[in-house]
Design a protein. Structure first.
Length: 180
């Protein structure tokens, strides 16, 4: 179990590196460190690797629930992420935010948030099934690849959906347009 605990402690190492380098530590990074500490502590205390193995499922479920909830309340996380990841310049971000306040854009982002919420909740179920049915070493070997494949499928489906919607409403410019 110590090897399993060490393998799951990468977020702690990243946070430590950021602190040593005097770089900002994100709230998400701190949440991962807390969750890692909790899962490793419970695993060691109760002598069960299940807490470490189930951590990925818990994270996927929490993020999936956040995406789904954001869609239900009309404040889609996909829009927030797109704004923060699209540009570093605050003026460009402000212009995008203004353009993406359009009801059609909000509908697209809400649909994406709802779909990602469901997809991540399904992924959490799959991760928990792996943790409950396979040996710890097999779970640690398979989970990253299965999770990466699920994220790739979700990303491709999202881009295809947005591309189809953008053809009907090019003024929203949700996806960057390739130069001719």
């Amino acid at each position: 179990m110590p090897a399993l605990a060490a393998a799951s402690s990468v977020p702690v190492l990243d946070t430590g590196y950021r602190l040593v380098r005097r770089r900002p530590v994100s709230a998400v990074g701190l949440a991962f460190v807390g969750l890692t500490g909790l899962s490793v502590s419970l695993a060691m205390w109760l002598h069960s690797p299940m807490f470490i193995l189930a951590k990925g499922a818990v994270v996927s479920a929490l993020v999936g629930a956040a995406f789904a909830t954001s869609a239900l309340i009309g404040k889609p996380l996909t829009r927030t992420l797109a704004l923060h990841l699209s540009t570093d310049r605050s003026e460009d971000r402000r212009l995008l935010a203004e353009r993406w306040r359009h009801p059609g854009a909000i509908r697209v982002f809400c649909t994406l948030s709802a779909a990602w919420g469901v997809w991540l909740l399904l992924t959490a179920g799959q991760q928990l099934t792996l943790a409950l049915t396979l040996r710890p070493g097999v779970v640690m070997a398979l989970d990253p690849a299965v999770h990466a494949a699920a994220l790739a499928i979700g990303t491709v489906a999202s881009v295809l959906y947005v591309r189809r919607h953008q053809r009907a409403h090019p003024e929203l410019a949700i996806l960057p347009i390739r130069a001719a």
